[in-house]
Design a protein around this ligand. Structure first.
Ligand SMILES: C[S@@+](CC[C@H](N)C(=O)[O-])C[C@H]1O[C@@H](n2cnc3c(N)ncnc32)[C@H](O)[C@@H]1O
Length: 305
């Protein structure tokens, strides 16, 4: 089910899963096998307010899944994938994976939503590292990635699987707060907010939209509100004390290292036993530790925004 701006969501009808067909900075595909160790086998609904490539909604079976993202091109791509996946593939098959074609597609303003989705997919597959970055006028300005990543046969197969999975997934072009306002008890909520290295505020990695320290405080307050409603919340964060202290008493259930350095963690408030110790890519299940704030600052409240 879909979708951005138009149409009421349709009730989900598929428990199939797939791998996201997009390359997405900060994508959590490798975290999915680890999350499955903690989650129940029957999940009524997954809520993914920072949808991106949708790794969790697509990779974990649930009766339904709803996502939000402020990137309108991304949301349009998933909306069109639900019904026009093979049309998108056909447009990509007509394009060459070379710099000149890339620059022409980058400058193109497609007249239809399906062509917009194809342009988005082509730039995502062939642009530098699959990054999404726009200039001040909102025009995508990522350079060509050098070729070799279009892999059209794999992409076409992935789009077929995605079409099936989109029967239970909706993605809306709204702010994360809009989606979190609709969370109910029993939902599994996966939060993957934008962030960068400590001191790297505000984050501009996903175009011109910002995610500031006060956004993080508001997000933590919303997570707490949803937890009280009876939702199960998982959140990924960098190992930045100013962010981690917003989640006192929560438990680290996943960690990602680069070399020996711990760079990112996955937290939850109510860990269940891990079925098997696993590692997946750079992610692994650690000896579970609780977040404790040792600073002398007073606990944060809603009035701190
Ligand atoms: C780290 S990425 C999510 C990656 C995703 N978990 C995956 O596995 O591909 C964060 C996403 O949040 C989106 N985003 C940024 N600010 C947002 C906001 N205020 N509300 C909703 N989405 C937002 C960005 O466009 C980006 O796609």
């Amino acid at each position: 089910m879909v979708h951005g701006s138009q149409g009421a969501p349709v009730v989900g009808q598929s428990s199939a899963t797939c791998v996201t067909p997009l390359r997405w900075a900060g994508g959590k595909r490798k975290l999915v096998p680890l999350l499955k160790q903690f989650l129940p086998t029957h999940i009524p609904r997954i809520v993914e307010p920072f949808f991106g490539g949708g790794s969790v909604s697509f990779g974990i079976a649930a009766t339904s899944s709803m996502g939000a993202d402020t990137n309108g091109e991304l949301v349009n791509f998933f909306g069109q994938s639900a019904t026009h996946g093979q049309d998108i593939v056909a447009i990509l098959r007509s394009l060459h994976d070379d710099r000149d074609t890339y620059l022409q597609v980058r400058d193109w303003s497609p007249p239809t939503d399906v062509e917009r989705a194809a342009r988005f997919a082509f730039l995502n597959r062939t642009g530098y590292f699959g990054l999404y970055r726009t200039n001040q006028k909102g025009r995508y300005n990522v350079p060509y990635g050098g070729g070799g990543r279009l892999n059209l046969d794999t992409f076409a197969k992935g789009m077929g699987e995605l079409e099936e999975v989109m029967r239970r997934v909706s993605v809306e072009h709204v702010d994360y707060l809009d989606l979190m306002a609709r969370v109910t008890g029993g939902d599994v909520v996966f939060l993957d907010p934008p962030y960068g290295a400590s001191g790297d505020y505000p984050f501009r990695r996903y175009g011109s939209l910002l995610f500031s320290p006060s956004d993080h405080r508001r997000l933590a307050a919303e997570a707490e509100r949803c937890r009280r409603l009876g939702a199960k919340i998982y959140i990924t964060l960098p190992t930045d004390p100013s962010l981690l202290r917003l989640y006192q008493g929560w438990t680290v259930v996943g960690e990602r290292r680069r070399g020996n350095q711990l760079v990112e963690v996955c937290l939850t408030h109510e860990p269940t036993g891990c079925r098997d110790m696993v590692s997946s890519g750079q992610w692994r299940v650690p000896a579970q530790v609780k977040i404790v704030d040792e600073s002398e600052d007073a606990p944060l409240t809603g009035t701190d925004f």
